[in-house]
Design a protein around this ligand. Structure first.
Ligand code: FES
Ligand code: FES
Length: 185
């Protein structure tokens, strides 16, 4: 059985020793302790495990190690730069676009992929691109708002600094320490 011995992830070349048939998700979480990427369904249906592979949003639960030799992997842990969160991470915090946070890393990685292709997506375009990412807490409207907010900030339109008020339909806390990268599970 072929072995994979290195992985390019978040700008680093990491030494690993993995069976080529193992999933990228398993190696990220279990071998490299990059636990921001979540296991949801394991079948490509929920988007919780989304990472970027050469800049494209991909389901890491369905990606075998043998299929990504030499490819550049980016996870939620690799989005911050020089101690600053990515604008989309900031926007998720600003608008409170998460509750339990389990879907958040995958949502943000898909959103980053969308904004790299389409810097100013309409709500319909956001919904269409993100339809494979499931949020069991139902924060979709705030996720759309966060992506639009990040798009505005990247295009130089200064967003309001006021945090969005919680949706009256929600009764759960929006307290988080870091969008998408903090909760283990
Ligand atoms: S865990 Fe990969 S799509 Fe659900
Ligand atoms: S699944 Fe809980 S915030 Fe999306």
């Amino acid at each position: 059985m072929p072995r994979i011995t290195e992985l390019h992830v978040n700008g680093d070349k990491r030494r690993i020793d993995a069976n080529a048939e193992r999933s990228l998700l398993s190696v990220l979480r279990d071998d490299l302790n990059l636990t921001g990427t979540k296991y949801g369904c394991g079948e490509g249906q929920c988007g919780a495990c989304t990472v970027l592979i050469d800049g494209q949003a991909r389901r890491s639960c369905l990606t075998s190690m043998g299929a990504i030799a030499g490819r550049q992997i980016q996870t939620i842990e690799g989005l911050e730069s020089q101690g600053r969160l990515h604008p989309l991470q900031e926007a998720f915090l600003e608008v409170g676009a998460l509750q339990c946070g389990y879907c958040t890393a995958g949502m943000i990685m898909s959103g980053v992929a969308l904004l790299s292709k389409n810097p100013n997506p309409s709500p319909a375009e956001i919904l269409r691109f993100m339809e494979g990412n499931i949020c069991r807490c139902g924060t979709y409207s705030r996720i759309v708002s966060a992506i639009q907010r990040a798009a505005r900030s990247k295009s130089g339109q200064a967003p309001s600094t006021q945090r969005m008020q919680p949706d009256p339909a929600d009764n759960q806390s929006h307290e988080v320490s870091q969008a998408g990268g903090s909760s283990r599970g």
